[in-house]
Design a protein around this ligand. Structure first.
Ligand code: UD1
Length: 418
């Protein structure tokens, strides 16, 4: 199993390009199931989760041509022969549950494993299932699987209990081939939802209101093939800006619209960083240690839960104290005991963590527990004195493309040990 070795203390400087967004690419790749015509997707990041997605699409019978060096995927879902997403795949990537909507909409049947718990919480899919039932699907739970069927999905008025990203994506895709209009209320407004809607429109879908609370979809009889380029990854961008901040450096991340990261940029500024927002890039510079700053994670456009762990690493070396409150996932402080191993002073009380800034952190062997936690530990390693060795970095490979190379390019002393 690969490990990451980091020698802390280097100030990061330079430019780095962000890859295509993982969380946008996953549902966009699954949307190819909605049409019998070929789809071509560009700027697909080279990541483990993308390989898992393509493996699942192949298992369903889709013809997949993947060119990872060109970040290009061609998918033809003309001959779908299987409608089952197995436990083995879904447990490694719970985002696989978004096959449910497209499979049901186009073929009237789907069998998808329940994802079960994951490191950051229970993460049920009850919102997805209740909404699909409202569209006329019959759903049963059998031996750990969701077994769903329908004649043809029917347009419906659906109000989500919570603006779930996955449920909004699943239902938006399902509605594109339903009979009549579907109105989705209390939708997630994340930029990745807007990117998926754009891809679906490129396939001929009729969708309005993506990026707002209310999304309207007029169902079509069929969709056609498309060429689509995935948006840049805002969380990857935020992570490299965090790396600049924690090392008192200057870094420009290229290839995404600053607006998508606004809630994070505001907090970086509150903590003392200088930010410049350009047309398609963001630069952060900082010449002094960060100041303690509170955050609360909320759905977009608020502070994203996917940047919480990275922000905590910054606060661990800030001047003063900060309170970080996690409201999206119930168990997303797995990085805390590991940051404490570096010498951080953090106390958890329910949904909140009190962080008293401490310097210096001292390098130590650490264990990565989930994707964003791994990024947080990497940031800790970049600022800690001496050597930090991070185990189980396969979590990082699920969501960051060539992270160690990109950080090295910015001046970090970091290497992967095979
Ligand atoms: C997506 C992102 C993930 C991000 C999260 C929140 C992808 C692949 N993943 O995950 O990186 O952290 O959004 O921004 O895009 N919930 C239920 N029932 C449901 C669905 C969700 O109770 O049917 C709960 C979840 O347990 C969680 C909260 O709602 O507590 C938010 O989950 P959701 O927005 O659905 O996140 P994901 O789509 O899983």
């Amino acid at each position: 199993m690969d490990k990451m070795r980091i020698k802390g203390g280097k100030t990061l400087r330079g430019k780095v390009s962000v890859s295509g967004s993982k969380n946008a690419a996953l549902p966009i790749l699954f949307s190819s199931l909605l049409t019998a015509e070929p789809c071509v997707f560009n700027r697909v990041p080279t990541l483990q989760d993308i390989r898992t997605t393509l493996k699942l699409l192949s298992q369903l019978g889709a013809h997949v041509k993947y060119s990872p060096d060109q970040h290009k995927v061609e998918i033809s879902a003309k001959n779908i022969t299987n409608h089952e997403a197995s436990y083995d795949l879904v447990r490694t990537m719970r985002a696989s549950v978004v096959v449910l909507g497209p499979l049901l909409a186009r073929f009237g049947k789907a069998k998808v494993s329940l994802p079960g718990g994951c490191a950051i919480g229970a993460r049920p899919i009850n919102f997805h299932l209740a909404a699909l039932e409202k569209m006329g699907a019959q759903i049963q739970l059998e031996e750990g699987y969701v077994v769903a069927s329908c004649e043809r999905l029917k347009g419906a008025a659906i109000t989500f209990e919570f603006p779930s990203v996955g449920a909004t994506e699943n239902l938006m895709m399902a509605a594109t081939l339903a009979d009549g209009e579907t109105v989705l209320e209390n939708c997630a407004k994340e930029p990745e939802i807007v990117d998926l809607a754009r891809a679906l429109r490129a396939m001929g879908a009729q969708i309005q209101g993506d990026g707002t609370e209310t999304i309207r979809v007029q169902g079509k009889k069929s969709l056609h093939g498309c060429h689509y380029e995935v948006m840049g990854d805002r969380i990857e961008a935020g992570t490299y800006l965090a790396a600049a901040f924690i090392t008192c450096g200057t870094v420009e991340v290229m290839g995404l619209e600053p607006e998508f990261l606004e809630a994070v940029l505001v907090k970086f500024e509150e903590a003392g960083a200088l930010i410049s927002r350009n047309k398609n890039s963001i630069a952060l510079s900082s010449s002094q240690p960060p100041r303690g700053t509170d955050i609360t994670t909320v759905p977009y456009p608020g502070f994203p839960t996917d940047m919480q762990a990275q922000f905590m690493a910054i606060m661990a070396v800030a001047q003063g104290a900060s309170v970080i409150t996690e409201t999206i996932f119930e168990n997303r402080f797995m990085h805390v005991p590991e940051l404490i191993r570096l010498g951080a002073d953090i106390t958890i009380r329910g949904k909140s963590a009190l962080i008293r800034g401490t310097t210096p952190l001292i390098g130590a062997p650490l264990m990565a527990t989930d994707l964003r936690a791994s990024a947080s530990l990497t940031l800790g390693g970049l600022v800690a004195e001496g050597e930090t060795l991070i185990n189980r970095i396969y979590h990082l490979d699920r969501g960051y493309e060539r992270m160690e190379e990109k950080l090295r390019q910015l001046g970090a002393e970091i290497e992967r040990i095979k």
